[in-house]
Design a protein around this ligand. Structure first.
Ligand SMILES: C[S@@+](CC[C@H](N)C(=O)[O-])C[C@H]1O[C@@H](n2cnc3c(N)ncnc32)[C@H](O)[C@@H]1O
Length: 291
């Protein structure tokens, strides 16, 4: 006698099956933004008239600045971003005396120097070479071939000397933050980094591992799609434009911070910050959380 066959479960298909809508990607455009950014910085420096005989001024003119920094002698660096107007609502404590603090992805050091000015004992980390960034796999061979890139910490070093700063800059990827190596910090700041990472959650977990007190995060958020800033959505861009991989909703960004192990998450401000020589720009949120 034949065994009774179980009745096949009903399966439903979408017909025709949906196909991914992949965008054509332009490898050259993706990899040239770094040189374009440097040229624009140099042009901007020239337009500002940074050409006096003074050594520091000449040095400043030779660098493509990310941050607008106020240096002694009334010198202001021609930064791609001027964060000074954001400071009052950003969430940085007025008095940071005695706080062991960390600035993740410091670039020219605006936030590290600002924390030091408020009394903190500051360590700053960043990469040294743009080739270390999380480029999409297909662009990697092209990026590796670029031989004329200025080091990332160039502006930081000049500002550090000009300010007589005690901030300690260490070469480290956020992915390598480790309490055994870096210790624990009372205050950790991380600005505009997650958008550039292939793995933002791992980065947040590494940051959480070295945070014993407060975490201040600022990053881009999506306000313009049909869902607005609320809800769990994340726009995936894949790192093809300015190494920007993700634009999360405000809810999604806060959820990621929570999923990395932080508590008491509070939004300090949602703001736009235009580039100095390239107006327009993402919405950003500044968020405070606790270990
Ligand atoms: C858009 S800038 C942000 C600068 C600064 N944190 C701010 O908020 O103004 C991005 C910075 O992230 C750094 N970066 C990119 N990938 C990194 C990584 N894996 N670990 C540490 N820093 C990284 C870049 O070198 C650059 O300094």
């Amino acid at each position: 006698m034949q065994n009774a066959q179980p009745e096949a479960a009903e399966v439903r298909y979408l017909d025709p099956p949906p196909q991914p809508r992949l965008r054509e990607r332009d490898v050259e455009r993706t990899t040239t933004f770094i040189t374009v950014a440097s040229e624009k910085g140099a042009e901007h420096a020239k337009a500002q008239g940074w050409t006096s005989e003074d050594d520091l001024t000449q040095l400043i003119a030779s660098i493509s600045w990310y941050h607008t920094l106020e240096l002694p002698g009334g010198i202001v660096t021609p930064g791609q971003f001027d964060h000074r107007p954001v400071l009052p609502r950003y969430g940085l404590p007025a008095d940071m005396a005695g706080k062991r603090s960390l600035d993740v992805a410091t670039f020219d050091g605006f936030w590290a120097f600002e924390m030091e000015r408020r009394g903190a004992d500051v360590t700053a980390i960043d990469l040294d070479d743009l080739r270390e960034l999380d480029f999409p796999t297909l662009t990697r061979p092209f990026v590796d071939r670029i031989t004329t890139l200025p080091p990332i910490g160039q502006g930081f070093d000049v500002a550090h000397r000009a300010l007589g700063s005690s901030v300690q800059r260490r070469h480290s990827s956020v992915y390598r933050l480790d309490p055994d190596e870096h210790g624990l910090f009372d205050f950790v700041h991380c600005g505009d980094l997650l958008l550039h990472l292939r793995d933002p959650l791992t980065a947040l977990e590494r940051i959480r591992s070295v945070t014993s007190g407060t975490f201040l995060l600022s990053d881009v958020v999506e306000l313009d799609n049909r869902h607005g800033m609320f809800g769990p959505h994340v726009q995936y861009l894949g790192g093809w434009s300015d190494v920007v991989w993700w634009v999360p909703s405000l809810d999604a960004l806060c959820q990621m911070v929570s999923d990395a192990g932080f508590r008491n998450i509070k939004v300090n401000a949602v703001y736009t910050l235009a580039k100095t020589y390239d107006p327009g720009g993402f919405w950003r949120a500044s968020i405070t959380a606790h270990a």
